[in-house]
Structures are given as C-alpha cells and as structure tokens.
Ligand binder design. Structure first.
Ligand code: ADP
Ligand code: MG
Length: 736
C-alpha cells in the first residue's frame, strides 16, 4: 500500500536498527533526518579491487616514477610520535601480506593518533613518496577504515566498497566508516524499494536509464562498475532534466503571462540614425538586429541575451533597439555595471543623439543619467524627467531598480551585464514597465553549456564578427628580465602616437597597502624607465568621479601612459590606447586577462598586449603544449597559470577563452546558479556532462512545449516531484 510505504521513508532515522537517539541527533546536524535523507547520502567515492595495489606492487609503481594517486590496504602495525622542537610528527607503519608502508602526519597529529588503532584495517589513498630510508610513504593521505569481513568479501568476490564523507558531527556522534556503511546498508536493504520513481517511465526507457530504486542501491553498493556508472548517470540525468524543466517553465511562464508591446517601425528615426554613423554595421550586427526587431514587433515580449566579444559593437545594436522603442512612444533604459561605465554610455549616447538631431532636426531624443552618487537636487531633477517622460533614454546603474524611480512609459530595458544581475533584479525591473522588453548584453562570452542553463530562459543572439579594418591584437609573453626592452618599445610607440595601459594586479589584501603598491609602481616608473613620458595613475581607492577624471585626461592625451590596478577592466573606450602591458600576468584569471586585452585594439592601428610573468612560467610555455583534452586534472591544476597565458597567446576568440576558463575553474566559480534562482548541481558537471545536458534540455523543452502546465497523466510524476523537491525554484515558473 502506497500511503504506508511513503510514511516509512519519511520516518526519522532514529528508528533504523543501530541508530537510536544519540546517533540520530548527529545525523540531524548534517541535515539527515528521515530514512529518505539517508538514502540520498551518497558515497564520495568507491573502492574496487582493480584499483587496489598491495604494498609490494605499490612500491614498484613508486620506483618506476608513477606520479598519480594509488590505494593500498594495510593493518596498523606500529604508531610512533616524534618531536622536533615545537613540531610533532606522527608516523604509522602499516602491514599487508607483501610488506610494509608508512603514513606520516605533520598536522593534527593528536587527532590522527587517536584514529588509527593497532590491528585496524585501512584503505590508504594518496600519491606515493619515497621516505628518507627508501620506504613507501604517504603524507597526509586519504584513508577509510574497513572491516576484515569487508576486506575478505571485497578481495574474494570483487565487491565494490563505498566510502562516505564522515564530517565531524558524525564522528563525534560515534559514527565512523564501518558503522555508517552498516547503517546505510540497512536502510538500502529495507527501504530502497519503497522509493517513488521521479521520472516518467517513457523517459527512463528512451534514454536507457535505470530506475530510481536500482540507482540508489547501486550508488551505495554497486553490483559492478557498470552498474555504478549507470547509477551515477541516472542521477546526473535527473538533475539536469529537472534543471532544464525549470528553465523551460520559466521561459514559458514569462511568455505566456505577459503580452509584449508589438512595436512597429513608424518613422525614419532608425534609418536616419544609421546615416549618421561613420561606419556600416557588420553582417553579424545586422543579423542580431533583425532578431531583436522580430522580438520587438511580435506580441511576445523580448527576453534576449546579446553576446559578443569586447568591441564587437553591442552598444550600437542596443541603441538601435532603444530607438525603435522610442519611435513607438516608449522610454528605454540602459543599465551598466558601474557608475563610470554608465557615465560613459550616457556621454556617448548623448553625443550620438546630438549628431542625429543636428542632421535630422525633426525629433530630439533626450538622454538622462541617474547615478547613486549624484547631488540631491540633480537627482530630483532626473527623477522628474523620468516620471514625466522628458527623458527618452535613461542611463544608470542598479539605481534604476529602486522604488523611487518611476517610469512614465518604460518599453525596453537594456542590461549591460557582467554576470552581476540576477533573475530577481531582472524580474523587478520588468515589473516597472507594463511589459518592458528586455535585452541583456554580456561583455564576456558565455560558454554554450552555461547559456543553456542559467541563461536558458533567454533567447540568444551572438555577434561573432569584429568590425572591419580591425587588426587582431598581437599578444606576447615575456619574462620579467625583458621589461627594459618592453619599456623602450613603449617609448618608441609613444612617439608614433600610441598610448599605453600598464596594469598591476592587486596583490595586497588591505586597501591601504594596495594604494601604496600602486603608488610605488607609479613613482618608480616615473623616476626610472619612463621618466620622459607623462604618466597617470588610476586605482581602486579612487571614487568613480576621480577615476573618470583621470580617464578623461588620458582620453585627451594628457598622459601617454596610464598606470592602473585592475580598475580599467570596465569598458572605457580610449581609441589611441593600443598597448597594454600586464604585469604578473599569471595572477589574473583568464577572462579577466581577456577583458583587459579588450581595452586596446579599438582602432585600425596594430595593437599589442604584452603579458609579463615569471621567467619560469615563460619557460613552461615555450616547452610545453598544453592540451586540456588530454591533461589530467592534477596537471591542469599544477599548470593552470601557464595554460591561461598560453591560451591568451593562442587565441583572440572570446568564446574559446570562455570555454577554457570554464574548464580551468569549474562552473561554480564563475557562474553562481544560486543567483539565477536555479538549483545547484550536486551530481552533474556542466563541463564534463555537456552531452547529457543537451539531451536533457531537448527532452525538457519538448515536454513543456507539449504540456505547458504539466496536466497530462504521464507527466504527473514530474509535477509532483517538482512541487515536492523544487518548490524554492518555482517562483518564476508557475505550473498551477
Ligand atoms: P561592445 O559594446 O561590444 O564592447 P562597442 O559597441 O562599444 O562594443 O563598440 C566598440 C567600438 O566599435 C565603438 O567605438 C563603436 O563605435 C565601434 N563600432 C561599432 N560597430 C562598428 C562597425 N560596424 N564598424 C566600425 N566600428 C564599429
Ligand atoms: Mg560595451
């Protein structure tokens, strides 16, 4: 009977054999309350006999120069604590049937001393080392206790043993490797078959997945390696499928709930504007523009992501979209990530609108800038302009989201985004107009897998072509010892009319020290290598007005060289700045380097990006060809900074760089799913499971297309599971 079996799964773990009140309290500290929770507490890794070596074999591996991790099983033979001055070292000898090996701890020796008891059996996993006396040694290894019984059955029948993470909350509740395995095996034995399937049968069959019960069993206690892999695949699929369902529902909800503005091309405004531009739009710009125009003129609201590399000309495209909105009697807002950028947008757009008015004086387009730091009187005036629709284009930062800002007739919102605007903010802004159309611009290209997930509810337009006549930036890598030559190059180029950015990374934690470091670099350069050039300084401790002042002086060519900490990352246009020298380049992230490089190369002159780093990193780069497809994760980790620099030299293509960055950093680091309102991924990895993501996306979107509110009998499973387990993520995706 279903209702009864449901109840038992939701029973407190306390009632499981060998748990009891004390242990159940420990479980609850790590969020395990019910039997169901326990069934979903999966092993962090597994051990199967094919991956275990005996001590003699492991020693052989070590002597042959093996550089990876390996696992050995042995019995604690002898423990020894040694004191060297203040430091204590713990050394434990282990024994198996073929010989001895030792493990060494330098930290938390007291704790580890208490963990290893003579006669106990452990699986030790780590990179092997050779001790001073030539013995096989592991330093601070991973370890898991196993019982003799487990070892026997393991070795003789080829079973796979699960190892669970045992946080201190469990340890202090007297739950260790052996007891946790026991408790979970009881749970799996008695309850796994009562769990309700969370995927429709059709999807399971079509995708050759295994059922939920079988997957749970095999994730914990796999019958075979194949079964374990099937279990993992099932959970990954399920996770990605539900993620994409939420994406599809959000998109569907947005389009169903809101009717768009159905604009038309009424006058020659846009045409006139195009005539005032000193250049022709690229094919790619025209293509995305027609996609945007389709959205604006249809009655579905636009919700589009415009991607393109730095300098590919997104701003002009968005401005044309704004003009279409204005042509239809609406206001348009553009939101920048920083005040200085908002300010620059406002100035550029005003200048273009003035030019337009001069040539076509039928209609004056008014631009209004709203910033957090404005004087009260100024701000009041802007707010009034916005409320009375005296302003057609409103430029600003987050301040445009505030309650106080009342738009008379907001028809289009352009968000010049750097992954800083979450879905909540987007929704908030959308609530400010009747149904404003939304165009999100991304300065950093977003890898496809990411745009399929956290941006998956947006339609995507890509500008994949740079304006003509623009020469690719020349990027070189140099060791620090070559700085004098580089400075000479900068001086020579200055005489040809070039300007130069010199960037130093923020090394100091404290703002005071940072300021000092920036000033020191600046002073030194001024006194030594660049004493005949005019230098300016810009750093993170300045207010945006100060920064802007300096940038404007640089733009007016009052300086030849601008020394800066990373503040120039935001996109200020300086046409003659065609050299960027990045010091300690190994300290910067890949997309940060690419952003910095994007500051130059905005004219038809040859631009240069000089990456300066430690000599040894330059040497790796000359000797090694790093291919991420074939490198193990530990080598990638080890050579990360060298790989980043090599990528910069190899390519100017922002999308390629974004993909590599994603591989190097992992998705969590770059894109927080939390801020997007989507659940975090526990099982799947967006980089490595991209194929599965593609499949899951297609199935999810087809399904929502056919059954938008999940009413069909066959989709009831999905509906119930969404309500039960994803209620937090449903706020932008109604299924009622
Ligand atoms: P993005 O916002 O994509 O970084 P911008 O819109 O700021 O790029 O454009 C960078 C520069 O290129 C600007 O000075 C802009 O006027 C110019 N630009 C834009 N489109 C073209 C084009 N089709 N041909 C030549 N120059 C262009
Ligand atoms: Mg831009």
């Amino acid at each position: 009977m279903k209702s009864i079996s449901k109840n038992t799964l939701d029973e407190p773990v306390q009632y499981l054999k060998s748990v009891g009140p004390k242990r159940s309290e420990s479980f609850s500290k790590i969020g395990i309350n019910s039997v169901r929770d326990l069934l979903y507490y999966f092993p962090s890794r597994h051990l199967d006999r094919t991956t275990v070596l005996n001590a003699a074999k492991a020693y052989g591996y070590l002597m042959n120069g093996y550089d990876g991790e390996l696992t050995v099983i042995g019995k604690v033979y002898e423990k020894e604590k040694k004191r060297f001055g203040k430091r204590e070292i713990l050394k434990i000898q282990f024994k198996d049937s073929t010989g001895f090996f030792e493990c060494v701890w330098f930290r938390a020796t007291k704790y580890f001393y208490s963990v290893f008891n003579e006669g106990d059996l452990f699986a030790i996993s780590s990179k092997p080392e050779k001790s001073k006396y030539g013995a096989l040694q592991f330093i601070h290894p991973d370890f898991d206790r196993i019982s003799e019984e487990e070892e026997k059955s393991f070795l003789h029948t080829g079973k796979i043993i699960p190892f669970y993470r045992i946080p201190k909350e469990l340890r202090s509740g007297n739950i260790g490797d052996l007891s946790l395995r026991k408790i979970i095996s009881i749970a799996v034995e008695n309850y796994a078959d009562q769990i309700d399937e969370t995927l429709p049968l059709e999807i399971i069959n079509e995708n050759k997945l295994i059922g939920l019960t079988e997957a749970i069993r095999n994730y914990h206690f796999p019958e075979s390696t194949e079964k374990l892999n099937s279990a993992k695949r099932r959970f990954k699929f399920e996770e990605l499928f539900y993620l994409e369902l939420l994406v599809a529902l959000r998109k569907q909800n947005y389009q169903a709930k809101l009717a768009g503005n159905k604009m038309i091309i009424r006058t020659t405004l846009v045409q006139n504007f195009l005539q005032t531009l000193p250049f022709e739009l690229t094919k790619a710009q025209l293509k995305v523009l027609s996609e945007i125009k389709n959205d604006l003129t249809s009655n579905k609201p636009m919700n589009r992501l415009l991607q393109g590399d730095v300098g590919s000309g997104k701003t002009i495209v968005s401005l044309i979209a704004m003009l279409i909105a204005i042509d239809n009697g609406f206001q348009a807002a553009i939101i920048a990530p920083t005040e200085i950028l908002a300010d620059q947008h406002a100035k550029n757009i005003s200048a273009m609108m003035k030019k337009l008015y001069k040539h076509f004086p039928e209609r004056e387009i008014k631009v209004s800038l709203l910033l957090g730091g404005q004087k009260k009187s100024e701000r009041e005036k802007r707010l009034e302009e916005i409320e009375l629709q005296e302003a057609d284009i409103i430029v600003g930062t987050h301040a445009l989201f505030e309650e106080k800002v009342k738009y008379k007739n907001l028809g289009l919102v352009v968000i010049d985004e750097q992954h800083r605007f979450g879905v909540r903010q987007r929704a908030k802004l959308q609530s400010k107009g009747k149904t404003p159309e939304v165009l999100v611009m991304s300065a950093t290209p977003i890898p496809r897998t990411i745009s399929m997930t956290i941006y998956g509810d947006l339609d995507i337009s890509i500008i994949d072509e740079m304006p003509k006549h623009r020469k690719p930036i020349k990027t070189v890598l140099r060791g620090e010892n070559r700085l004098p030559e580089i400075f000479k190059f900068i001086i020579d180029k200055t005489h040809e009319g070039y300007q130069t950015f010199i960037v130093y990374p923020l090394v100091e934690e404290s703002e005071k020290l940072e300021l000092k470091a920036a000033e020191t670099f600046y002073d030194t350069l001024k006194k030594t290598h660049l004493k005949n050039l005019r230098l300016g300084l810009i750093h993170g401790r300045m207010s945006w007005q100060e920064k802007e002042e300096r940038m404007l002086l640089f733009l007016k060519k009052e300086f030849d060289v601008l020394v800066s900490t990373t503040v120039i990352e935001v996109g200020i246009d300086i046409p003659d700045a065609n050299i960027i020298l990045i010091n300690d380049a190994h300290r910067f992230g890949l997309s940060q380097l690419h952003q910095l490089r994007g500051r130059v190369g905005r004219s038809d002159k040859q631009a240069y990006c000089v990456l300066v780093t430690r000599d040894e990193i330059v040497r790796y780069n000359i000797q090694q060809r790093f291919d991420l497809e074939y490198l193990s994760s530990s080598l990638i980790e080890k050579y990360k900074s060298a790989i980043r620099l090599q990528t910069m030299i190899k390519t100017n293509d922002g999308f390629e760089i974004a993909e590599t960055d994603l591989k190097l950093r992992g998705p969590g680091d770059i894109f927080s799913t939390k801020q997007s309102g989507f659940p975090d991924l526990k099982y799947a990895d967006i980089v490595y499971d991209a194929d599965l993501l593609n499949i899951a996306k297609k199935i999810a979107f087809d399904l929502i297309n056919k059954d938008p509110s999940l009413q069909m009998e066959s989709n009831l499973v999905i509906r119930n599971n969404l309500i039960k387990h994803y209620s937090d993520n449903l706020q932008y995706a109604k299924i009622a």
